[in-house]
Design a binder for this molecule. Structure first.
Ligand SMILES: Nc1nc2c(ncn2[C@@H]2O[C@H](COP(=O)(O)OP(=O)(O)OP(=O)(O)O)[C@@H](O)[C@H]2O)c(=O)[nH]1
Ligand SMILES: [Mg+2]
Length: 371
């Protein structure tokens, strides 16, 4: 005999709703699908505030997403990310693409000037109906902001953005998470970082799909390109395989073609030199973006990357929802357990195991068989 399906009380309440209720779309969804910017702005505010029925709207919009190019632009403070973003907006607008921009700003509430700076810098696009710019301040709540950013990307995608640019300062773990939302992550590096290039390596190298050495009008751009080339070669542990040219001191040239041949189907991040303030290098950057998209959409390794991106989004939502739900049902027990751990009467692993058991038992008492 087949096991009876189980449903929670909430599921049953949803099933008991009159069917016509399910057929009416959320008031914002329909307008957003028709490209209305005001409704998009309202949904983005609701997403930020986690307010109202924004999840219903997002669920309705999701089947209409997946069309946009999502580009992350990250790098150290002052590297020229906003200037580059501004140039990319102009580039894609010339191609008649609709563009969405999310500028995630980690500025503390005490210094909060940078968002204003971004707004002014991008102001030339403010009256353009084909551009939607949203600044999100993190105010110390980075975990929350990475979720809001992901949801906002879906909303912009459903609104009809052909390109979505997400600018974030790539410093901490949560900002790296935001960068990972993107299909193609562009890491902007100014010249002259020297040893600091090594320092940014740890987190940023893994997420870079394309490097931009910006401010190439300044001294040291070629040296930075060489630093990055060696970093990429080392990252792929291929530097023993004869891909370095010459034998002089300091960073050596790397034969990128040989490296690519050795890397096979793996994507090696190209390095583009740019002077964002003068609009130089933007064409090359966009060509690199297109090549990366061809890799993502036309190769098994690329498909694997896209699957992993979605799995990672689902896993984060699953984990957060699970913990929220568990905390609701066993909040009192959690407080008791943390006191026991504090008093050294119980170790944290045993306490966590007991909490899981209490949660599962609470949940199963809520289950009722579907008749
Ligand atoms: N010389 C030169 N200056 C540039 C270039 N690109 C940007 N800048 C300048 O660098 C400064 C910082 O540029 P932004 O675009 O604000 O840099 P950002 O990375 O967005 O900065 P934050 O958002 O504050 O982290 C500005 O004064 C720009 O005008 C460039 O290619 N060459
Ligand atoms: Mg900026």
């Amino acid at each position: 005999m087949r096991a009876k399906q189980l449903a929670t009380c909430d599921d049953l309440r949803a099933l008991a709703r009159p069917t016509h209720e399910c057929q009416v779309m959320h008031p914002l969804s329909e307008k957003i699908l028709n490209g209305d910017p005001r409704s998009l702005a309202r949904l983005l505010r609701a997403i930020d505030d986690r307010q109202g029925s924004y999840l219903v709207a997002l669920a309705e919009l999701y089947p209409h997403t997946g069309r946009a190019k999502i580009l992350g632009i990250t790098g150290n403070p002052g590297a020229g990310k906003s200037t580059l973003t501004d140039r990319l907006i102009s580039h894609y607008r010339k191609l008649s693409n609709k563009v969405g921009v999310i500028a995630v700003d980690p500025t503390s509430p005490f210094t909060g000037g940078a968002i204003l700076g971004d707004r002014i810098r991008m102001q030339q696009h403010a009256l353009d109906e084909g551009v939607f710019i949203r600044s999100l301040a993190t105010r110390g709540n980075l975990g929350g902001i990475s979720r809001s950013t992901a949801d906002s990307v879906h909303a912009l995608d459903a609104w009809g953005a052909d390109v979505i640019l997400v600018e974030t300062v790539g410093v901490g773990q949560d900002e790296l998470d935001i960068a990972r939302l993107a299909q193609s992550t562009i890491v902007v590096v100014p010249p002259g970082l020297g040893d600091e290039v090594q320092a940014i390596k740890a987190g940023i190298l893994e997420i870079a799909d394309i490097f931009v050495v910006n401010k190439a009008d300044r001294e040291g751009a070629d040296a930075t390109v060489r630093d990055l080339e060696s970093m990429i070669a080392m990252g792929h542990e291929l530097h023993h395989s004869g891909v370095r040219k010459g034998a002089h001191h300091g960073p050596q040239r790397v034969d990128l073609e040989a490296l690519q041949a050795l890397a096979g189907d793996e994507w090696l991040p190209p390095i583009v030199k740019a002077v964002a303030s003068r609009g130089q290098g933007i064409g090359e950057l966009c060509e690199a973006v297109e090549r990366h998209r061809t890799f993502l959409f036309n190769s098994p390794v690329g498909e694997q990357r896209r699957r992993e991106r979605h799995a990672s989004e689902l896993s984060k939502i699953f984990a957060t929802s699970l913990i929220e739900r568990a905390m609701q049902s066993i909040a009192g027990q959690f407080d008791d357990a943390s006191r026991e751990v504090f008093l050294r009467r119980q170790d944290p692993y045993s306490a966590a195991r007991e909490l899981i058991a209490a949660f599962l038992s609470h949940e199963s008492s809520q289950l009722i068989p579907i008749p």
